[in-house]
Ligand binder design. Structure first.
Ligand SMILES: [Zn+2]
Ligand SMILES: [Zn+2]
Ligand SMILES: [Zn+2]
Length: 298
């Protein structure tokens, strides 16, 4: 069981520890939890660990900030966790829950002296993003214009491993019902992280690459099967096979409370939660961030 009372401040990790660190900004499915106007016990729960923003993760190493998916809740996540920098963004796929925070990145352009932020994804993701965000891609700055668009460059990831700041990125295409998504294996300083948040199965390539990573986040929507997502049982079975040091399922719906999931999976392969923070490879690898503890209900 994680120690929910641990005192922890994510900002001290960034300034005081150069180790690669992963912070779960959101662990919820596309609706988020609570679901609008849902009266189920999980949506009405007052336990902050039952509050699941849309799935997104922030990785940092040597002060470099890598965002995985600018989710529909990105503004709130940036405020809640006081994200200091966004140096680059990886996008798993162009579904709304994963990309509708894209416009909020303009504030990081301002904070980072108007430097362009590169947005990386597989070819099918960049194709879709170019259509959805055509007003960003096709923006021509006009002198004295008060119109302000994010300054983003959409970049297709190559097939081979690709270096972004201190991180080596490998993208793996996964089936996601009628669509596709990218899973990522990310390594830095000999530590490894992997995520496949939206997929109904893992390919042989993904199984090979994800085996034995330090921290794995894997789709685990709910108990019942779903055509586009792994269910919880399949996700935990895969984690037991892949043997990451820490494995958590993510993209969780409102069917089951966090406490019930923790009780069901007391081992290292259980539910992720908003604010979960892992310093990759450390002896005490998991702590809720201060922001997870200073939860604000809305
Ligand atoms: Zn999703
Ligand atoms: Zn509900
Ligand atoms: Zn999706």
């Amino acid at each position: 069981m994680p120690n929910y009372r641990a005192k922890y401040n994510f900002e001290t990790t960034i300034s005081g520890d150069a180790s690669p660190t992963a912070l779960v900004l959101g662990s919820g499915t596309s609706t988020g939890v609570p679901v609008i106007h849902c009266g189920c016990p999980v949506c009405l729960s007052t336990n902050p660990f039952d509050h699941r923003l849309r799935t997104s993760v922030y990785l940092t190493c040597d002060g470099f900030g890598l965002l995985i998916d600018p989710s529909a809740d990105f503004r709130l996540q940036a405020l809640r966790y006081r994200l200091p920098r966004i140096d680059a963004v990886l996008v798993s796929h162009a579904h709304a829950d994963h990309v509708f925070g894209m416009d909020e990145l303009r504030q990081y352009n301002r904070l980072q002296e108007n430097a362009t932020i590169n947005i990386y994804g597989s070819d099918f993701t960049i194709d879709s993003l170019s259509k959805i965000f055509s007003y960003i891609v096709n923006f021509k700055p006009v002198e004295n214009s008060q119109m302000y668009r994010p300054q983003l460059s959409f970049c297709t990831l190559p097939q081979e491993p690709y270096q972004i700041g201190p991180f080596t990125i490998e993208a793996i295409t996964l089936p996601h019902g009628p669509a596709k998504s990218s899973g990522f294996k990310i390594t830095a300083k000999g530590k490894s992280f992997a995520i496949a948040s939206d997929c109904n199965e893992l390919t042989y390539e993904a199984i090979e690459k994800f085996t034995g990573v330090d921290f794995l986040l894997l789709d685990g929507l709910r108990d019942r099967p779903h055509p586009s997502h792994l269910n919880i049982e399949a996700s935990v079975d895969l984690m037991r096979k892949l043997q990451p040091i820490i494995g958590r399922f993510i993209h969780i719906g409102h069917d089951i409370s966090h406490a019930d999931l923790e009780a069901r999976y007391p081992e290292n392969y259980g539910p992720a939660y908003d604010g979960m923070c892992v310093i990759l490879g450390k002896d005490t690898p998991e702590t809720p961030s201060a922001a997870a503890l200073n939860y604000i209900k809305f």
